[in-house]
Design a protein around this ligand. Structure first.
Ligand SMILES: C[S@@+](CC[C@H](N)C(=O)[O-])C[C@H]1O[C@@H](n2cnc3c(N)ncnc32)[C@H](O)[C@@H]1O
Length: 239
């Protein structure tokens, strides 16, 4: 099974119970509710009324719906995701809540997004960069953001120690074995593979600068245990 196929299979299986499962996992590892964690991303994303906003790897559209609920914008909001089942759930929630601002959904890969360059004012991405090739997705985000466009990312951060082969092997194995009995093979495989994309704050800064982003701010959020990887909220701008 390819990595992409494992991710789609994992999130297809997870879609019906996504919010509850993620809420339980974030509470257990970070002491954050899912809602509370996503609020950090929303709070760190100032929007103007006419902004065109893209939520990369939108999942069940929690972030777009929150942006509308909080009255952050009257502009256009698009959610993109590779897993159709997640988008189908998102569409059901959008239809049920009838948001004041239309939210459009696109099924595509964040590695090659179907948008022209210089298109978006704002891009957000929550809990998903660890499933993506970070330099590739950042280059895509940079391409489709307008000059002056803003990026906010909220996700898990890693430790430099994890790059050492022994640690890397142990952490991947522990992650795989944690998820296998609870969530099955596809999710266990996806989460273990995702560790390669979990960057330290320093690595995030380096890759953002290398891609061309400026005004980079990286906020480390508190987590309830010292032994778990900490959550980060990152802001940057396309000059
Ligand atoms: C943990 S969920 C996060 C969903 C949402 N952003 C949130 O905050 O709840 C990760 C999402 O990334 C999506 N994803 C993984 N790889 C992707 C890719 N290459 N392109 C687009 N979406 C991807 C998955 O389908 C899944 O919906």
């Amino acid at each position: 099974m390819s990595e992409k196929k494992a991710i789609i299979e994992a999130f297809t299986d997870l879609a019906p119970r996504y919010e509850q499962v993620v809420d339980g996992e974030l509470r257990k590892f970070w002491g954050w509710s899912y809602d509370g964690f996503i609020d950090n991303l929303i709070d760190m994303t100032p929007l103007k009324d006419d902004d065109i906003v893209l939520d990369v790897a939108t999942g069940t559209a929690v972030i777009p719906l929150k942006l509308v609920d909080r009255g952050k914008t009257r502009g256009k909001i698009i959610g993109l995701d590779i897993t159709l089942a997640m988008l189908q759930k998102a569409a059901g929630k959008i239809n049920a809540s009838k948001p004041a601002v239309p939210i459009r959904l696109t099924c595509a890969s964040a590695m090659s997004m179907p948008y022209r360059k210089d298109h978006f004012d704002v891009i957000v991405c929550g809990l998903a960069t660890h499933h993506l090739d970070v330099p590739v997705v950042l280059a895509e985000m940079f391409r489709i953001l307008k000059s002056g466009g803003r990026l906010t990312i909220a996700d898990v951060s890693g430790s430099a120690e994890w790059r050492k082969p022994v640690w890397s092997f142990l952490i991947r194995s522990a992650t795989f074995l944690y998820f296998l009995p609870k969530e099955g093979y596809a999710r266990a495989r996806s989460e273990a593979a995702a560790l390669a994309n979990v960057y330290t704050g320093k690595e995030w800064n380096e890759v953002l600068v290398k891609t061309g982003f400026a005004n980079i701010k990286i906020n480390r959020l508190p987590a309830s245990h010292s032994w778990v990887p900490t959550p980060l909220v990152i802001r940057a701008e396309r000059p």
